[in-house]
Ligand binder design. Structure first.
Ligand SMILES: Cc1cc2nc3c(=O)[nH]c(=O)nc-3n(C[C@H](O)[C@H](O)[C@H](O)COP(=O)(O)O)c2cc1C
Length: 259
């Protein structure tokens, strides 16, 4: 077992990615952790983080992670997240905000280098195959290889993007990943809070696409299952629709200006 996983008490090299929008809460994180992997809670607000973490702790004694999006996280959210066994951050300048184990998800070698320099315990390389917000522009295995060449030997690199089956995990490990990180696959599980129709649409999907239609002014492409909105966005230009939807961004939490 890789030293970092051993130190954390994680028995299996599988990490459930944090999924916002209320999808990955304590039930999912605790189920993954109890099974030997590392489950991740992704909720907004210090009180919600504390509540979800306590609920997960009531279900399992195994390590649990909390995920935070750097552009939105406020100082007190980090305080609450620091009680988790691992903090996983994404999107933004990597910077240590909590004293314990910290992973940052990266979409490029430059970002991985910056994350290593910022003192993270490991990097999650996110391939362009990933679901949700996608920072990666390179296929996951290719990015892993490039990041491995750019960082010191033995530095923990996790691989996310397109991990759905045992064979995917094996391929990631064979390529030198410390562990495989899966989001979409766990979204389909009973313990995720995804709506049953959402799961049905995902299971029936034949393809996915990247769009910035749902960014609400945030320039962050999503990988989604095509639907009527993305079809209309494709015809009208999703950038324009994104800009038109930008006033919605005022209803998302304010960016972090912590220290
Ligand atoms: C529905 C959904 C929501 C996501 N939300 C977040 C999030 O809130 N924070 C985060 O760090 N990553 C988020 N991600 C991205 C994951 O961290 C990870 O990169 C991705 O799920 C890996 O690709 P996969 O879905 O093919 O397994 C999300 C992914 C999905 C599918």
């Amino acid at each position: 077992m890789p030293p970092l996983l051993e130190r954390l008490g994680v028995e299996l090299p599988v990490v459930q990615a944090g999924m916002g929008g209320g999808l990955s809460r304590h039930e999912l994180a605790a189920a993954v952790s109890a099974a030997g992997g590392l489950g991740t809670i992704a909720v907004n607000g210090a009180d919600s983080i504390r509540r979800e973490l306590a609920a997960a702790r009531a279900l399992t004694e195994k390590p649990v992670a909390v995920n935070l999006l750097l552009p939105f996280a406020r100082r007190d959210w980090f305080g609450a997240a620091a009680e988790a066994d691992v903090v996983v951050t994404f999107w933004g300048k990597p910077r240590r905000q909590t004293p314990g184990a910290w992973l940052h998800q990266c979409g490029s070698v430059e970002e991985a280098r910056e994350t290593h320099a910022a003192g993270a315990d490991g990097v999650i390389v996110q391939g362009v195959e990933a679901g949700g917000h996608v920072r990666g522009t390179t296929p996951a295995l290719e990015l892993l290889e490039k990041a491995r060449a750019a960082l010191p030997a033995g530095y923990p690199l996790f691989l996310g993007g397109g991990i759905a089956e045992r064979a995917d995990v094996k391929a990631a490990l064979a390529a030198g990943a410390t562990a495989a990180v899966a989001g979409t696959r766990f979204l389909l599980s009973e313990e995720s809070r995804a709506h049953a129709l959402y799961k049905e649409r995902l299971l029936a999907a034949k393809e996915t696409l990247l769009t910035d239609l749902f960014g609400a002014g945030w320039p962050a492409p999503h990988r989604v299952v095509p639907n009527a909105a993305t079809e209309s966005g494709r015809r009208r230009g999703s950038r324009l629709l994104n800009r038109l939807l930008a006033p919605g961004a005022r209803y998302t939490p304010r960016p972090c200006n912590c220290g």
